[in-house]
Design a protein around this ligand. Sequence first.
Ligand SMILES: [Zn+2]
Length: 450
Amino acid sequence: MRFKFLLPLLFAVPAMAQTTIIKQDAFITQMNAEVSSKNIEAIVRKLVSFKTRHTLSDTTSKTQGIGAARNWIKAEMERYAAASGGRMHVGFDIFTQPAGGRIDKPTVLKNVLAVLKGTDPADSRIYIVSGHYDSRVNDVMDTKSFAPGAVDDASGTAVSMELARVMASRQFPATIIFMAVAGEEQGLNGSTNVARRAKAENWNVDAMLNNDIVGNTYGMETGLKDNRRIRVFSEGVPSTAAGNERALASLIGNGGENDSPSRQLARYIKEVGERYVSQLDVKLIYRRDRFLRGGDHTPFLQNGFTAVRFTEMNEDFNRQHQNVRKENGVDYGDMPDFADYDYIQKVARMNLSVLANLALAPAEPQSVGITTSGLTNKTTLKWEAPKAGKKPAGYYVLMRETISPYWEKKFYVTGTEATLDYSKDNYFFAVQAVDTDGHESLPVYPNPIR
Ligand SMILES: [Zn+2]
């Protein structure tokens, strides 16, 4: 009879509840401590001072328009690069965007790229952090009106720039690119050019982080204030699988719809970001982007790279894409006084933790496979060591219930094969490489092998 009272108690305990071990790398903690909300605020206010950063605005003035803005971003990045001992190269990625859509005449666009070269010549991996520095008002073709764009997207640009400043003097085996792109509001022009170049020139881009609208903590309409959560948007079915019958059939057959590379990156960001940043809850959104909106991660996804978008929890649509004005007592416009710089600092620290942990980690295991040759209630996974770069100390085999959003168990193994007493039919698995200090690669979802 006693069991009658015990049973509800037993069911109250989650089936796979585990203690999470937080182990921080002092190297990453120190860099995070140097990320400054004051610097971030100074960058945002400086960008606002150019009056408009509209992609089609003036390029000749020294103080106003997109020309002055991009020259300042480049000069500032060059100042940071001085601490890199010649390893950080800053330059414009220049191209002519032809007329069409929201571009009324052929226009020369300039993205700013600060490339921090990896220290291991055998390691070709590239990690990209990006924000867009162009801005707009209600009329997307209005090149003259005051378009402060403090949150959209001086905030994301400030994340890229502040991370370049802090990371320039540090060494990583893999390469990190700190990017500020133009033409986002006119049709993702700047990021599309870089993504196409990356594909054509065979850049080994392992992950791209797009920060767009990451500085507002007050939600219009709802009145909610939220400085503790950040959204990470990741696609489920990979963009590159669209129209690819074999890729789609494999996804349907193996149940990998929730395990795209983009979603592995999102889970990784949640784990590593929350490992290093206090009072920050990384909220996974199972969607490529918000409705009616696009972002600079999308061209990277479409060109076969792994990418995600970060955006604040509650957007204020009275700020975004608005002419600066007061109407019936309501303030409109993306002014810098409404941004929350301590919040942008947390977002920057999350980006830094993820970039550093990835760039310090070994590359991903290769040819990761799950054995499907026989009927068994066990699971065997096989893989190969990464081809180049740092040797892993070992690997984590990750496991979760098929209905769970996050990995639940990590099995540490030193070889390149593992057999677990869990049925491959009932769980999802992935494998990631790890070094002696605990820096993990992105997890790789296995392909069926015989
Ligand atoms: Zn934006």
